[in-house]
Write a protein that binds this ligand. Structure first.
Ligand SMILES: Cc1ncc(COP(=O)(O)O)c(C=O)c1O
Length: 408
């Protein structure tokens, strides 16, 4: 494909208008929105308004007059539209790690007599760490098996299957409907981590019969560093599931200041403490932008960007030893692409020095995210040209590119 071919694809891009909603640094090709999405201009304005006017001027009255107290459910309701969920099934709170703990614990409670939490060995580390801690606390067993053995390991001992829908390293995507059905056939619940799915691939939780889900607000949802996370509880579980973190925001009447805990009967029961209002303000403004785009169009454009990146990198950089570590078939992957290279870390640093920002996952993966709201096919084409130049000239082979930073 020539650069003009890539530009021709951009000329027909139904999402092209969203690019102007972001203020990306000039000259940068940002391929890391799967890790930290950039701020929409409206998110910065929303943050400023929440800080200066709401906090600075309206102060404590803001809980009512600026709707702070309703923000976790209000923003959750908006995110629901991106996930194929009903507004009252989603809330925004805490981090993904904490939400995973709450919902996995809740799932154990919904399946008394079953003590196994099933997951896969390659799951994102925080998911496994949290489940390990939960198993220890709850007297349950975490069984993490090779992904190929997952179906064999699903049996009547399993209370909940916990999987990340789109894998953080390879972008491999589980078949949500099939896995959910397989778990239900054994009487188990499923808890999906949608961190690399929300805002990227078209997810339909209720159509798949999903039980529970969590996910990050700061990746494709562009909610800002450490943005609050979301959680989903299917309507049929709302009254019964109990959070182990029975904080006052989950109480049926938080401001009655009763002595004992009485859980709210709805999604509010999954809240714990006072919401982080500034983080919610940025996230809400970003979601207000995101919901203007059709999720199917987002996925279609994202896959087109990924297809272009894979094809061009294969043909132009294959001779330098880069190897695709992501499924080739679009329906089997999310919106990031990983290529393995023995010097992957240094190559990524050399790319960053040239304005192409991707990231690296040990031991050898160069990872690139293709967020459809602000990226163009021409930028993807340019990114591959720069990658080819870095590899062909050996520009990565410098001490400053080899030296590892604390966060990689
Ligand atoms: C699949 C997945 N789950 C969870 C997290 C992180 O969760 P937290 O926001 O609690 O740090 C990440 C972060 O990259 C992730 O990729």
């Amino acid at each position: 494909m020539t650069r003009d071919d890539a530009r021709a694809l951009d000329a027909q891009d139904p999402l092209a208008r969203f690019r102007d909603a972001f203020d990306l640094p000039p000259g940068m090709i940002y391929l890391d929105g799967n890790s930290l999405g950039p701020p929409p201009k409206t998110a910065l304005a929303g943050l400023r308004d929440a800080a200066e006017r709401q906090w600075g001027r309206d102060l404590i009255t803001s809980w009512n007059v600026n709707g702070w107290i309703d923000a976790p459910l209000r923003v959750g309701g908006k995110i629901a539209g991106l996930l194929g969920a009903r507004p009252h099934e989603v809330a925004v709170a805490d981090s993904t790690s904490v939400n995973l703990f709450k919902l996995a614990a809740g799932a154990l409670g919904l399946r008394p007599g079953r003590r196994v939490i099933l997951s896969e060995t390659g799951n994102f580390p925080t998911d496994l760490y949290v489940l390990e801690g939960l198993a220890r606390t709850a007297g349950a067993e975490l069984r993490a098996v090779h992904p190929d053995r997952l179906l064999d390991a699903l049996n009547e001992d399993v209370a909940v299957l916990v999987l990340t829908h789109v894998h953080y390293r390879t972008a491999r995507r589980w078949d949500m409907a099939a896995l959910t059905a397989a778990a239900h056939a054994k009487g188990a619940l499923v808890l999906w981590d949608l961190s690399h799915s929300a805002g990227a691939v078209a997810v339909d939780l209720n159509d798949c019969g999903a039980d529970l889900a969590v996910g990050c607000g700061y990746k494709y949802l562009n909610g800002g560093p450490g943005a609050p996370a979301f959680l989903f509880v299917a309507e049929r579980h709302l009254g019964a599931i109990r959070s182990p973190l029975s904080g006052w925001m989950g109480h049926a009447e938080p401001f009655a200041f009763e002595h004992g805990y009485r859980p709210s009967g709805d999604i509010r029961a999954q809240l714990c403490g006072t919401p982080g209002v500034l983080g919610l303000a940025a996230l809400e403004a970003s979601i207000d932008l995101q919901v203007q785009a059709d999720p199917a169009a987002i996925e279609a454009k994202g896959q087109s960007l990924c297809d272009l990146f894979i094809a061009e990198t294969d043909s132009r950089c294959g001779r330098f030893g880069v190897e695709l570590a992501t499924p080739r078939a679009a329906r089997e992957r999310g919106l990031h692409v990983s290529f393995a290279h023995p010097q992957g870390y240094a190559v990524v640093q050399a790319l960053i020095a040239r304005g192409v920002v991707g990231d690296y996952r040990s031991p050898d993966l160069m990872r690139f995210g293709f967020s459809p709201l602000y990226l163009s096919h021409a930028e993807v084409w340019d990114a591959v040209a720069i990658l080819e130049e870095v590899l062909a000239t050996g520009a990565w082979d410098r001490p400053e590119f080899r030296a590892r930073a604390a966060v990689t």
